[in-house]
Design a protein around this ligand. Structure first.
Ligand code: PGA
Length: 258
């Protein structure tokens, strides 16, 4: 895993945008795995800016979002479908986008179809991920099988509390979600994880320097062949080897840089 420490959230988004640009230059019809939450917002703003400036072209890409709340229709303002339209799809065009349907009647069918659609698209080239304060990726909460596929999950009380800021009251936060599994995420050819702020420092340390365990689903990325983690100083503050990660980045060969 490559760990990149940047001075602030804006610099993290800038570095992540450079990785997207490189991916799109290598493969214009890339299959992109996308995320929601506060973490990717700055990156999406940058991608929109770069697309408008003609620096990148997203119009041939196919996208798959990680997850969606069960019970919210795509028109509900807190659905992830609405989030993605607001932050990306209403601002730039992509060839095709996919988000699990929170109102699907047959959830197991929806999940199987989602897996099938990812396979049919040729698999995910670059998967963007936020990191939950409990170490989750997608909505794979602690205890999720590291081999899991897209399925229904029940959120932890902590995640419900973390996400309550978007809803009028914690009682309105759905308890259930459909999420790509840890195994689904692991199949992406490149995983790109972003994290900002002190609240993520414990999860970042456990993900990078702790044992690989289902108790910290993100820790499985230690076994992923191509994983990049970009964090700000606050989120890096629990890393014991942060001086080494800085040293590696400073001494990176020019051809490896995004
Ligand atoms: P956040 O959530 O980006 O809102 O911090 C990350 C996550 O829960 O995956």
């Amino acid at each position: 895993m490559e760990v990149i420490i940047k001075s602030n959230a804006d610099e993290v988004s800038r570095e992540a945008a450079a990785i997207f640009r490189r991916q799109l230059r290598e493969k214009t019809d890339s299959v992109l795995g996308l995320a929601t939450g506060s973490t990717p917002v700055g990156l999406y703003d940058r991608l929109v800016m770069m697309a408008r400036a003609g620096e990148i072209d997203l119009s041939h890409t196919t996208t798959f979002n990680l997850d969606e709340y069960v019970g919210l229709s795509s028109s509900h303002p807190q659905s992830y479908a609405a989030f993605m339209r607001r932050h990306l799809f209403d601002r730039v065009s992509v060839a095709r986008w996919h988000i699990p349907d929170g109102k699907a009647r047959d959830i197991p069918r929806l999940c199987a179809d989602y897996e099938e659609a990812i396979l049919e698209a040729g698999g995910i080239d670059l998967q963007l991920l936020g990191l939950g304060s409990d170490g989750h990726i997608g909505f794979n909460e602690p205890g999720s099988s590291l081999g899991s596929r897209t399925r229904l999950k029940t959120l932890t009380a902590r995640t419900v509390a973390d996400n309550a800021r978007y809803f009028a009251s914690p009682g309105e936060v759905p308890r259930h979600v459909v999420t790509m599994g840890v195994g689904t995420i692991f199949d992406a050819r490149h995983c790109l994880v972003l994290a900002f702020g002190e609240g993520k420092a414990g999860a970042v340390a456990a993900m990078v320097e702790g044992p690989v365990t289902a108790m910290v689903p993100a820790s499985v990325l230690q076994m992923h062949p191509v994983c990049t983690l970009i964090v700000d100083e606050a989120a890096a503050s629990g890393l014991e080897r942060r001086d080494y990660y800085r040293w590696v980045y400073e001494n990176k060969p020019a051809w490896q840089r995004a």
